[in-house]
Design a protein around this ligand. Structure first.
Ligand SMILES: *Cc1c(COP(=O)(O)O)cnc(C)c1O
Length: 386
């Protein structure tokens, strides 16, 4: 089976993790701050907070922005459920903004129209989660301009997008958002097994997220309500969690980060090769906005169903039967059973549903060979009945 994505672990990664295992600290040592510093420097952000998953990062990001009961969080329907669930964790309500037909990211025009309506109904969102699907950044400048007009805060869910750029700047620089979140799950661009990170340029948000990831407990006198009882003293000043990343994970992350540029370059080269080789097939290949340098986490094709004699499902199954580990990213979140009682219906976001009816993620990962890619292309031709 050729998987849709897979990690690349080299001897340097193994050595880095072994070294930590033999050191004094398995958690809460020097490696997590080092990983944070490396990423912050790389993307040009002031603060980076490592946590045990991107899901945790999204949760503490929402809490740090003050999201709670009575508030709304908006995001894209075409994303992993975590981008929306973080709002529910905080007791907020969740709503969606339909996608752009070319980038498949949240559409700024649809956002503006929905904001105008929400303003009249006095239910404007407090937080917008902008998801950079497949690694291609959202139109952040347009979204940021709307946030200034309508007063919402922005989290970039850049789980797919580390190493990519928006308007020549690395994603995570935070120019057009409050907080950016990365994921280090093994299928993502670089991995720490499980792991995530929240980046921000705001000192207060960083301090809050730092508390929230570790029980809301502090040893910093500046954050305490009164003077320490003694040198043993710590204070719990928030209701936090244990969302900490381990030293082993951080060491793996530091080691992986050295190859980030190579990974993204290789992913782009393979994606461009797909573009060329699929040009004469009845599929839509991923359009790239000129402002975008995508991390290319995923390569999504859309079937031109009116030009082929097989259904979406038949094509998908025929690919799996030939050992091609295709996938579908993603099922519109609001159609999930858990979201149905929250007031959503099929048909709510037509562009998202059109996408869902046609999309297939084909294998793409940096260690994929051109021979493997050719097998995928041959299998696709066959699956489409060509
Ligand atoms: C993978 C992913 C997440 C969750 O990441 P974890 O690190 O597995 O918690 C969130 N949002 C998107 C868009 C993702 O792809």
């Amino acid at each position: 089976m050729i998987p849709y994505g897979r990690q690349d672990i080299q001897q340097a990664d193994i050595d880095a993790v072994l070294e930590v295992l033999q050191s004094d600290f398995l958690t809460q040592g020097p490696m997590v701050p080092r990983f944070e510093q490396c990423i912050a420097n790389h993307v040009g952000a002031k603060h980076a907070l490592a946590v045990n998953s991107a899901t945790s990062a999204l949760h503490i990001a929402c809490l740090a922005l003050g999201l709670g009961k009575g508030d709304w969080l908006w995001t894209s329907p075409i994303t992993f459920v975590a981008s929306a669930n973080c709002g529910l964790y905080c007791g907020a309500q969740v709503d969606f903004v339909d996608i752009d037909s070319r980038t498949y990211n949240l559409c700024p025009d649809a956002l503006e129209a929905k904001l105008q309506k929400a303003e009249q109904e006095e239910r404007l969102p407090k937080v917008l989660v902008a998801v950079h699907l497949c690694g291609q950044p959202c139109d952040m400048q347009a979204i940021h301009a709307l946030s200034q007009r309508y007063g919402f805060r922005i989290i970039e869910d850049a789980s797919h997008a580390i190493g990519g750029k928006y308007q020549e700047e690395f994603i995570g620089s935070g120019r057009y958002s409050d907080i950016t979140v990365f994921s280090f799950h093994p299928v993502k661009i670089i991995t720490t097994a499980e792991g995530g990170m929240a980046l921000t340029n705001d000192d207060t948000l960083a301090s809050r997220m730092n508390l929230l990831r570790s029980h809301g407990v502090t040893r910093d006198p500046a954050l305490m309500t009164h003077e320490a009882d003694g040198p043993w003293y710590y204070q719990q000043v928030e209701l936090g969690f244990n969302y900490r990343m381990t030293e082993l994970q951080a060491a793996l992350g530091v080691s992986q980060l050295e190859r980030l540029g190579d990974y993204v370059a290789r992913r782009n080269a393979l994606a461009e090769r797909y573009d060329e080789k699929l040009a004469d097939l009845p599929v839509v290949t991923p359009w790239q906005h000129p402002y975008s340098y995508s991390g290319r986490h995923l390569y999504v094709i859309r079937l031109k169903l009116d030009e082929i004699s097989v259904s979406h499902r038949q094509a998908f199954e025929a690919l799996r039967e030939q050992g091609i580990g295709v996938n579908l990213h993603y099922i519109p979140v609001y159609t999930q059973p858990y979201y149905q009682p929250l007031g959503f219906q099929h048909g709510n976001f037509p562009e998202a549903e059109r996408y869902y009816a046609e999309a297939i993620s084909v294998p793409l990962y940096p260690t994929m060979s051109e021979a493997e890619q050719d097998l995928v292309i041959a299998a696709l031709r066959k699956a489409l009945g060509l």
